[in-house]
Ligand binder design. Sequence first.
Ligand code: URA
Length: 441
Amino acid sequence: MIPSRIIETKRDGGVVGRADLEAFLDGYLRGSVPDYQMAAFLMAAYFRGMDDGEAEVLVRAMLDSGAVLDLSGLDGPRVDKHSTGGVGDKVSLALAPLAAAAGLYVPMMSGRGLAHTTGTLDKLEAFPGFRTELSLGEFKDVLARVGCAMMGQTAEIAPLDRRLYALRDVTATVPVIPLIAASIMSKKLAEDLTGLVLDVKVGSGAFVPAEERALSLASTMVEIGEARGLPTVALLTAMDRPLGLAVGNALETAEAVACLRSGGPPDLRELVLAEATEMLRAGFPGTSEAEARLSAENTLDGGHALERLARLVEAQGGDPTVIDEPRRFATAPERAEVRAEQDGTVLAVDPLPLGQAVATLGGGRRRLGEPIHLGVGFQLAVAPGDRVRTGDLLGTVHALDGAGSALGSGVLRRAVRVGEGVPDLRPLLSHRVSAGGVTRY
Ligand code: URA
């Protein structure tokens, strides 16, 4: 295997043979292929794409590079969900305890904030003391006791993906569908699941904004899962506006808790219930959609999911009493209100600048491992379609200082567009992709 030949083949639009690609990836993992050659290959893949065979080699190499959990000793179905990431997406925080309380085991490995999106691990750390870095043994123990466990990708799980992901992040080569699909699926396949639900975001706040490409990403991931015996379903969900009204780590955690109290914004509740329904159908084959939905609703509205969240927080070293006192979540010292300057309808709430601003305000990392401020962000007061009058509150900026408040206010004012007309919005849930094909909601 000669690395420059492999790069050349991809650069010229060719397909790299299985043995060559395997050797190239193995060389990267072992250090004989340096970062600069892998970066050149990734950029060639960005422009030329990769075919299904190459993607399959990639998944296998990522998976085989690390440990695979053995959860076969658990006495129930093991189902996880993974989102491709969006602005205000706090679904996992409510969904994992909900699915566990409804009878599933949920071994959830999540990520930190990435680019303009906040991460589940950071949101969990809004519970004082919550430990997201567990050994695999601790993870399994919490999972067995509580029914769900949530942690980051350890060094043992798919180390090839970890290294490639870090390189893609700094070489502008993240948005390559086979690379994203292989990266996500290698981690999910390592969780030893019996079912998987994917939330693929579509719209301007998503990593893959265009519907056609999001559908292709969804189908690729479903094919990878099914080819390895993991029943996989993907839902395409709207990311042309933020999900819910809170954007920013601790604000989102508080909103997820409100959802588990049967409150919070209706779109968040709907997505949590829809994804819980899919997880329950995956875990208990033969259950009808209506039965699964009813079970999810009863678990949520009966308070069982909230109680399960408290157990999870406690089991992972956090302080569960915060759940009953959301004011104790991290806060930022400065607040600035942004009010409507005209009467009208909220035509759009642009997710991307809001997500980017959370990072600028101190809620995201510029370098790996950098500490972040969990309290900064935006608490929106309106969603697209709402009528407002001059002077009505559009949202509140939570910032560290006056400069942050000013910056955030400007971003919020531009992101919330008020005028006359009807918002042109994607449906919250638009497509369902499974082994049986693509159906529209
Ligand atoms: N999330 C991942 O885990 N990997 C990607 O490549 C993109 C999003």
